[in-house]
Design a binder for this molecule. Structure first.
Ligand code: ADP
Ligand code: MG
Length: 411
């Protein structure tokens, strides 16, 4: 690709930027087609690895011709450095949209569904995005169609060599536990990141907050808070499943996660079998006491001891997947009461459920021991300019303050 190929376009204003690139609007001089041209950020132009990663993004996206992935028309190297020519999207990033507050449940699920369709196509071709976050999801203003942007740190097949550092770049808010621990990540990593995005779309903030190191530690070790009880049980379970720490405990594919979310969104969704099992037992056994003997187990019919009292007590300190009070409620008859104890990792709460209403009986702050031994060795380079933490091989501050590191010194 030559300089003249780029001169076919009339460059317009800058329309966006991210960790790696600067994006301009442009118009093809002859075809009058509106495009977006992404250039590698000037800070990285001398960095051979960054140039290679940037140009590989073009190859990855070109391979993934899908309506939920931004289309790429061309790529090359110009006097301004390497560039990609993409379709110009109208609308805004999900990040910009979320700055105005959370989304309705149907819209959040619609967006997650479309991102999952894009991811399913990518995963089928052996590509893992590895940087799913609101700034890399575009929402069209015409039809709220979502498109995935920025395959800049995607892993394709087994070409992993240049992605070791890429995995640890940028915001850690959406990182999977395996990414946060600096391990290899496959398709389940994208599903985890999307679940973080979905959680944020629904309630306006991500499940884990704090400084970089705290968030990394929480991704690796902390139980994610469950979505509030106002969301349907199956949506809460689906998000909790996708946020499982172990990749193999998440959905087996993007398609499977889509199906679970769409099921969760369907009106009049039938009650699940295990709830019916509990309900059937209740019908036989009320008045009764349900005391879960093993606190980490979800509700299971066989765990229920013999009936003996007039209150239904479901005691769970940590439940994965998060079986919910709607399910408990669905098992109660008129006037019957259940108490439920649970934790979101920060508070231990006991609630009483009666006639479809819940009342908090007690609330106690708990401080789960967040283990200090977390693999954060990738992030051991403190920026002297902004104080942000960087991967040890960072050449420029990954927090974007522009500081150039002279060597790989530890803090
Ligand atoms: N095709 C496009 N059309 C319109 N805006 C875009 C397009 N691609 C990227 N952008 C804007 O530029 C920003 C940075 O693009 P992105 O590909 O994510 O670069 P980076 O690799 O630097 O993160 C996006 O968050 C978005 O605001
Ligand atoms: Mg980006």
């Amino acid at each position: 690709m030559s300089v003249s190929a780029l001169s076919a376009y009339e460059l317009g204003p800058r329309i966006g930027s991210g960790g790696m690139g600067v994006v301009f609007g442009a118009k093809h001089r002859v075809l009058a087609r509106e495009v977006a041209i992404k250039f590698l950020h000037p800070n990285y132009i001398d960095d051979a690895e960054a140039v290679e990663r940037f140009l590989r993004e073009a190859q990855v996206i070109a391979l993934l011709d899908h309506e939920n992935i931004v289309k790429i028309h061309d790529s090359g190297v110009s006097e301004r450095g390497p560039y990609l020519v993409m379709e110009k999207l109208t609308g805004e990033t999900l990040k910009a949209r979320l700055e105005r507050g959370p989304l309705s449940q149907p819209l959040a699920i619609q967006i997650a569904d479309q991102v999952l369709q894009g991811l399913a196509a990518a995963h089928r071709k052996g590509a893992v995005h590895r940087d799913i976050k609101p700034a890399n999801i575009w929402i069209s203003d015409r039809d709220a169609k979502a498109k995935l942007l920025d395959f800049g740190i995607a892993k394709l097949g087994d070409r992993t060599s240049i992605t070791t550092t890429g995995a640890a770049m940028g915001t850690v808010t959406y990182m999977s536990p395996e990414q946060a621990a600096g391990k290899a990540c496959g398709p389940p990593s994208d599903l985890y990141s999307l679940a973080v995005v979905l959680y944020e779309m629904l309630i306006g903030k991500p499940p884990f907050e704090g400084d970089t190191i705290q968030v990394l530690q929480k991704h690796v070790k902390a139980t994610p808070p469950s979505l509030p009880a106002r969301f349907p049980a199956h949506l809460r379970s689906a998000v909790a499943k996708a946020l499982a720490k172990k990749p193999e405990q998440r959905f087996e594919s993007a398609e499977a996660m889509r199906k679970a979310l769409l099921d969760a969104n369907a009106p009049g969704r039938p009650v699940r079998r295990n709830v019916l099992a509990v309900g059937a037992l209740l019908a036989l056994a009320i008045p009764t006491t349900f005391l879960m003997s093993r606190p980490t187990q979800p509700i299971r019919g066989q765990d229920v001891p013999a009936p003996s009292a007039s209150t239904v007590t479901v005691s769970r300190m940590e439940v994965i997947p998060f079986e919910t009070r709607e399910e408990v409620d669905a098992t109660l008859g008129p006037g019957q009461t259940a108490t439920q104890a649970g934790t979101n990792g920060e508070e231990e709460v006991t609630v009483e459920i009666r006639n479809g209403q819940e009342r908090v009986l007690s609330r106690k702050v708990v401080r789960p021991p967040i283990p200090q031994v977390v693999k954060v060795s990738l992030f051991n380079l403190k920026c002297p300019k902004c104080g942000g933490w960087n991967t040890r091989d960072a050449k420029y501050c990954q927090e974007g303050c522009g500081h150039r590191f002279s060597g790989g010194a530890s803090p």
